[in-house]
Ligand binder design. Structure first.
Ligand code: ZN
Length: 279
C-alpha cells in the first residue's frame, strides 16, 4: 500500500550532485526499436531512473515489458483513457525490479487498475470492545495478494527521487510471490537467510531510531511503518535515489543489490560519465 503524499522535499534528483539525470540523455541514448509499436524511447527519455540504462539493458527491459503486457490485463477507472505511453511507462517501471529476476516473480495474478490520481478506499476494523470503526484513506497505490495492483497514474509519472509508486507496489508483489508473513521476500542467492534478515532489521532499527531522536534520514518516513513497507519504500529508494541509500544505509544497499542482482548506483555513475564525455 502506498498512502498518497503530495510531498515537498529537498531530496530531489541532483540534490547531492550524483542522482542527477537531468542531462540531455535522450539525445545520446542508444536507439531502441519501438517494439510492439509502443513509445519506449519516450519512456526512457522522460523517466530519470530509466535514462541510465545502457543499450543492452534497454533491449532487455523492452523485451520483458512487452511480455509483461501480454500476460497482464491493464484497465482504468474513473474515465481515464489508456494510451500507449501509459502502457509502456507502467510496464517498464514494473519490470525494472525483475530485470535480472524474471517475470516468474509476477505470476499468479493478472489485473492492473489505473486511476487518474490518488484514490479513496474505505477501511473497517472492529476494536477490542466490538465497536466497528470505518474510515477513508487516500492512496497512491495498493497491491492485493493474488489480486490486482492498483495505481494512481498521476503518481506513477512522478520523477521524484525516492518516490515511485509502481516500484513500491511491485516490490510488495515480490514479497507476496515468495516471502514471509512480515512481507519480506525470501533471501536472495548469495546471502544467507540470517544475513538478509539482519541487514533488513538493522537498517529498519536505524531508520526508526533516527526518527525517534529527531534526526531523520533523508528517506521517506513511511518506511518505518512496518517491515513490509520498509522493503517496498527502500526498493523505491534503491532504484530511484541509490546514492542516498548507499550513503545512509550501506548494509541495506548491498543486500538489495544482491536481491535485485542490479546496481543502479553503478549504472548512474556510468551514465554520468558517458553523458559528460559526450558533451
Ligand atoms: Zn506499501
Amino acid at each position: 500500500m502506498r498512502p498518497f503524499m503530495r510531498r515537498l522535499r529537498d531530496l530531489v534528483w541532483g540534490a547531492d550532485g550524483v542522482d542527477d539525470a537531468d542531462g540531455d540523455a535522450a539525445a545520446c541514448a542508444p536507439a531502441v526499436n519501438a517494439a510492439g509499436g509502443l513509445p519506449w524511447q519516450t519512456v526512457f527519455a522522460t523517466c530519470p531512473f530509466l535514462r541510465t540504462l545502457d543499450a543492452h539493458e534497454r533491449t532487455q527491459l523492452v523485451r520483458l515489458a512487452s511480455e509483461f503486457l501480454r500476460s497482464k490485463s491493464l484497465s482504468t477507472a474513473h474515465g481515464l483513457a489508456i494510451d500507449d505511453f501509459m502502457r509502456a511507462s507502467i510496464a517498464a517501471q514494473a519490470c525494472l525490479p525483475v530485470l535480472e529476476l524474471g517475470l516468474g516473480w509476477y505470476e499468479g495474478w493478472r489485473g492492473i487498475v489505473v486511476y487518474p490520481g490518488p484514490f479513496k478506499v474505505v477501511r473497517e476494523d472492529i476494536d477490542e470492545f466490538g465497536v466497528t470503526h470505518v474510515w477513508e484513506e487516500e492512496l497512491a497505490g495498493e497491491a492485493w495478494p493474488g489480486g490486482p495492483v492498483i495505481l494512481s497514474w498521476e503518481d506513477a509519472q512522478s520523477s521524484e527521487a525516492g518516490y515511485n509508486v509502481v516500484i513500491h507496489e511491485f516490490a510488495h508483489k515480490l514479497a507476496m510471490h515468495s516471502g514471509n508473513d512480515a512481507g519480506i521476500p525470501t533471501a536472495p542467492l548469495g546471502l544467507s537467510d540470517e544475513d538478509w534478515q539482519l541487514a533488513l532489521e538493522r537498517s529498519f532499527a536505524l531508520v526508526e531510531s533516527a526518527i525517534r531522536c529527531g534526526r531523520p534520514l533523508p528517506i521517506d518516513h513511511y518506511a518505518a511503518s512496518s517491515p513490509a513497507e520498509f522493503f517496498a519504500v527502500m526498493s523505491e529508494q534503491f532504484f530511484t535515489g541509490p546514492s542516498v541509500l548507499a550513503q545512509h544505509l550501506p548494509e541495506l544497499h548491498a543486500a538489495l543489490r544482491c536481491f535485485y542482482r542490479q546496481d543502479p548506483l553503478e549504472r548512474l555513475h556510468r551514465w554520468a560519465r558517458d553523458t559528460a564525455q559526450s558533451h
